[in-house]
Design a protein around this ligand. Structure first.
Ligand code: ASN
Ligand code: ZN
Length: 519
């Protein structure tokens, strides 16, 4: 009556349990758990009468031994879910193995019925070794297990931040290396001090870590940038490909390609190996992590908003698009063109400039018009330049003919004023935001290196002190409509906060603004 069409037995060769993902860095500490899989393709005529559940039990009992079921199926398996596919009328049941009332981790099964109500297939795993003698009373509490897992994770990454999921610990049997352990299964899931998501199997009697494995799989990737330089950065392995997602910084740094379209964010950049060949994407990704690290290491700031803000960048925006911008949500880079500009992510000070627009929006939120807009631009230039720390130019790595976009040392080289009396007062460029930024860029240069400007002498305080003063002013003092005069006051106050009211840094800030005619 029950005509079997085909039975496929697959033993240890088709391991599914904790599937090896084929990449470094995510291997469990110990061997794979023992979940040999069985897959049966059937045309098993079910008895005409009785409920679907009854059909499933008669099927499983009829298969009995071939599925590793000793005794009554109902005593060992419980139905946990039932789904009906409305399109095909097929029914799909999910079951879970229990021993002594405790679920067996990973020992789940699915049984399928065709539209006629006959069994069409079975997939899954049932664990059988010495179930009679298994211990079923834990000595540890679930809280003990959570503490053990946390302590183990802390040994690896240091003091754990807030859990991202409320920790629970659930009792399971867990088969490993021929032994079925009574364990607590629990997850450590934190973002600080770095993103970590680890599954732990803690022996419920001894407290030993029976098994653990990481779910976030960070890999060190490599690639060549626009200018031919090789670099390393973080990527993630997921679903069979490496992606430009760095999960180690804040809530992440993700890099996309618009594939020369104008839709954002586009598609995340992928590679079949740990080497990435999209040069513009390599630079955007690697440089975004440098910008993140600068703000984190210098000022303890966790991303643009101070709260881990996910940094998204899109390269290959549009066609021959010769600009880059922050759109309030993410950074966007054009490819430049064959004569003047390389792809805009090629230059770290451009990447720093654009990301700093994001930081400004989350802090002083300087209006992008008139003097407040020029201060906004200058802040982006100062930090873009100071993150790269190569020279006093901005955008020099971007230019195919060795020129630059702006000079902080000598703004007049690129048609910017270096004194307030020469400021642009017209209405183009939002009232000169990319023009009048030269006035404060010169202040940054004078503070960093010192010098005499329009007969005013400024003593050097160094790049780092100058940058620290502007960071402090941006985060604590400036407002959306601050003008140059307010910037001067904010910078002097910041220097007092950081170095003391009578410090030489305060004197230098005061003379630097005097030198550019801002009082
Ligand atoms: N690349 C320019 C900038 O960030 C884009 C703009 O005009 N806002 O300043
Ligand atoms: Zn800008």
């Amino acid at each position: 009556m029950n005509k079997k069409l085909a039975i496929l037995f697959l033993g240890a060769t088709l391991l599914v349990g904790a599937a090896p993902v084929g990449a470094q860095g995510n291997q469990p500490d110990k061997s794979q758990a023992d979940f040999s899989q069985k897959i049966l393709v059937e045309e098993w005529k079910a008895p005409a009468s009785g409920s679907t559940e009854e059909k499933i039990w008669s099927y499983l009992n009829a298969q009995g031994e071939s599925l590793n079921i000793a005794g009554e199926a109902q005593d060992q398996l419980r139905i946990t879910k039932k789904l009906v596919d409305p399109k095909t009328g097929t029914q799909h049941y999910r079951l879970q193995q229990y021993i002594k009332g405790i679920p067996v981790y990973g020992a789940e099964q699915t049984v399928h019925l065709d539209a006629k109500g006959d069994i069409s297939s079975y997939l899954g795993s049932i664990v059988t070794n010495n179930t009679e003698s298994l211990e079923s009373l834990p000595k540890l509490s679930s809280a003990d297990a959570i503490s053990i897992a946390n302590a183990d994770a802390e040994k690896k990454i240091g003091k754990l931040g807030e859990p991202q999921k409320t920790p629970t610990a659930t009792l399971y049997y867990y088969p490993l290396d021929g032994v079925t352990h009574l364990v607590y299964f629990t997850e450590v899931n934190v973002l600080e001090p770095k993103p970590l998501r680890t599954h732990y199997f803690i022996d419920a009697t001894s407290g030993d870590v029976v098994q653990k494995y990481d779910l976030l799989e960070e890999v060190a990737a490599t690639g060549t940038g626009v200018l031919g330089d090789s670099k390393t950065f973080e990527a993630t392995f997921a679903s069979g490909a490496y992606t430009l997602k760095d999960a180690t910084r804040g809530n992440g740094i993700h890099t996309f390609s618009a594939n020369n379209s104008s839709s954002l964010p586009g598609t995340v950049v992928k590679s079949t190996t740990t080497n990435f060949t999209d040069r513009a994407a390599v630079d955007a990704h690697a440089y975004a992590s440098k910008v993140y690290d600068y703000y984190f290491n210098k000022f303890g700031r966790n991303s643009l908003d101070g709260n881990g803000f996910l940094i998204k960048s899109t390269v290959h925006y549009g066609y021959n698009y010769s600009n880059a911008f922050w759109n309030g949500v993410q950074i966007v880079y054009g490819d430049g063109n064959s004569t003047t500009y390389y792809p805009f992510s090629a230059d770290l000070d451009v990447v720093g400039h654009e990301l700093t627009h994001g930081l400004t929006e989350f802090t002083a939120n300087l209006n992008y018009y008139g003097e407040s807009g020029a201060i906004n631009e200058s802040i982006s230039d100062i930090f873009g330049n100071n993150i790269q720390k190569k020279n006093w130019l901005l955008g020099d790595d971007l230019h195919r003919q060795g020129k630059a976009i702006r000079s902080l040392q000598n703004p007049t080289l690129y048609n910017q004023p270096d004194h307030y009396s020469n400021r642009y007062t017209g209405s183009s460029d939002n009232g000169g935001v990319h023009i009048n930024s030269g006035i404060n860029n010169k202040v940054f240069y004078l503070l960093s290196e010192g010098g005499t400007h329009y007969n005013v002498n400024v003593n050097a305080i160094g790049r780092e002190a100058a940058a620290a003063i502007f960071y402090h002013a941006l985060v604590y003092y400036l407002t959306p409509t601050s003008n140059f005069s307010a910037l001067r006051a904010a910078a002097i106050q910041s220097a007092k906060d950081l170095y003391g009211a009578n410090s030489f840094q305060v004197a230098s800030v005061t003379s630097a603004y005097q030198a550019v005619g801002v009082n």
